[in-house]
Design a protein around this ligand. Structure first.
Ligand SMILES: Cc1ncc(COP(=O)(O)O)c(C=O)c1O
Length: 397
């Protein structure tokens, strides 16, 4: 038989989806499952976006410009200006989701064997995309005790080698919910300039910020003009995950010109979804305010519920819609599987993501789970009750 590549073998399985067969089985048995494992928002997509697709008069679903529709890029520049990010249409490349923006970024700035330093735990697909690009992710450990704040800059410096090309952060963070302060971003900016590294910031959760704090983008740092690359997406912002529209933003002309070659090779981003994404930019500020208020109250319900469970550690998320929880167990994957296979309370159970998949350091995160708080408040309250009961029974086995 012809052989599968070693790269193919090295591609990690999604830590979020790998328990799906167990969930399917539980559903077949008639159990109700509260899904806390995946960040698919349940908020309705803005009507303007849906209507723009329904009402459009296209005769041909043609390829668009490889960099994306000029009108969408123009409008995005206006959106960024509102966030004090001053970029032009030429600095923006529309991609098929933030995912493709990450792939184009890695493709444009790294060679096989190069290294990217990433605070750990990190969005699991960073590992998948880096495997695809044959780049090594070098983790710098952030700690639950500090709510996953930026590790000391000296820890980054220890990891910098000749092969280091970039530092990649997620702000606010998936899976940590941590929001980097302006001060932390400034420290990273200074580091990137000192060692002449790219600073990549995944800002797909930019609006999801709670507690009256403000998001500070790396693109607000004027000195980082040649070093900053932002990855963005409509998936979470407008609850449009299936649209598959994101973008890469950089003032570095060479980076955008290089990414453009990758963009040309895949011809164009999706046509209808660009129409929807452009229309979504018309939503009034009240849309974001309502969505953020809803997530903030969900966060409060979740954290409150979790804090009732004895002997667990919760890092209070300040942004995005994820939370890492440390449990008094050794193997959270076993626990997550057990909750689907062998546990129910009133015929209900929960599905969580074992956190080890968000770490690349050996054995790290094995006593942690990630919870996505994308459910209604009453469901989240019930889900935390189930977690408490399940943990008690699991520990007593
Ligand atoms: C941190 C982060 N970055 C990027 C993505 C990719 O988003 P998409 O490709 O849907 O734009 C996700 C999706 O969950 C994410 O959580």
């Amino acid at each position: 038989m012809p052989k599968i590549s070693s790269k193919g073998k090295a591609m990690p399985e999604s830590p979020i989806r790998k328990l799906v067969p167990y969930a399917e089985k539980a559903t077949e048995l008639g159990r109700e499952i509260f899904y806390l494992n995946i960040g698919q928002p349940d908020v309705k997509t803005p009507d303007v976006a849906l209507q723009a697709v329904k009402n459009n008069t296209l005769d041909i679903i043609a390829y668009s410009h490889s960099a994306g529709n000029p009108s969408l890029r123009e409008k995005l520049a206006t959106y960024y200006a509102k966030h004090d990010i001053h970029v032009a249409k030429k600095d923006i490349l529309i991609t098929t989701g933030g995912s493709e923006a990450l792939i184009f970024t890695m493709g444009s700035i790294t060679d096989p064997g190069d290294e990217i330093i990433v605070p750990e735990p990190f969005y699991a697909n960073y590992y998948s995309f880096s495997t695809q690009s044959t780049v090594t992710v070098v983790p710098v450990i952030s700690k639950i005790e500090d709510d996953f704040a930026l590790p000391p800059i000296a820890d980054f410096e220890k990891l910098i080698t000749k092969k280091t090309k970039a530092i990649l952060i997620c702000n606010p963070g998936n899976p940590t919910g941590y929001l980097y302060s302006k001060e932390e971003i400034k420290q990273l900016a200074a580091l990137a300039l000192k060692y002449d590294l790219f600073l990549i910031s995944d800002e797909v959760y930019r609006e999801f910020v709670y507690d009256d704090t403000e998001h500070y983008s790396i693109l607000q740092e004027a000195d980082l003009k040649d070093h900053a690359i932002v990855v963005d997406s409509v998936s979470k912002r407008y609850s449009m995950c299936g649209a598959r529209i994101g973008c890469m933003v950089s003032k570095n002309k060479k980076v955008i010109a290089t990414a453009m070659k990758f963009a040309q090779a895949r011809l164009s981003p999706p046509t209808y979804a660009q129409i929807a994404s452009e229309a979504a930019l018309n939503v009034p500020d009240s849309y974001y305010e309502a969505v953020v208020a809803e997530y903030k109250s969900r966060r409060d319900v979740l954290v409150n519920g979790l804090q009732q469970i004895p002997n667990i550690k919760v890092s209070v998320p300040r942004g995005a819609f994820y939370c890492i929880v440390e449990l008094p167990i050794d193997d959270s994957e076993d626990f997550a599987r057990w909750m689907l296979e062998s546990f129910a309370d009133q015929n209900q159970t929960i599905m969580v993501a074992p956190a080890a998949g968000f770490y690349s350091s050996l054995n790290a995160g094995r006593n942690q789970i990630r919870i996505a708080y994308v459910l209604k408040k009453e469901d989240l309250k019930r889900a935390t009750e189930i977690l408490g009961l399940a943990l008690k029974e699991y520990l007593a086995r």
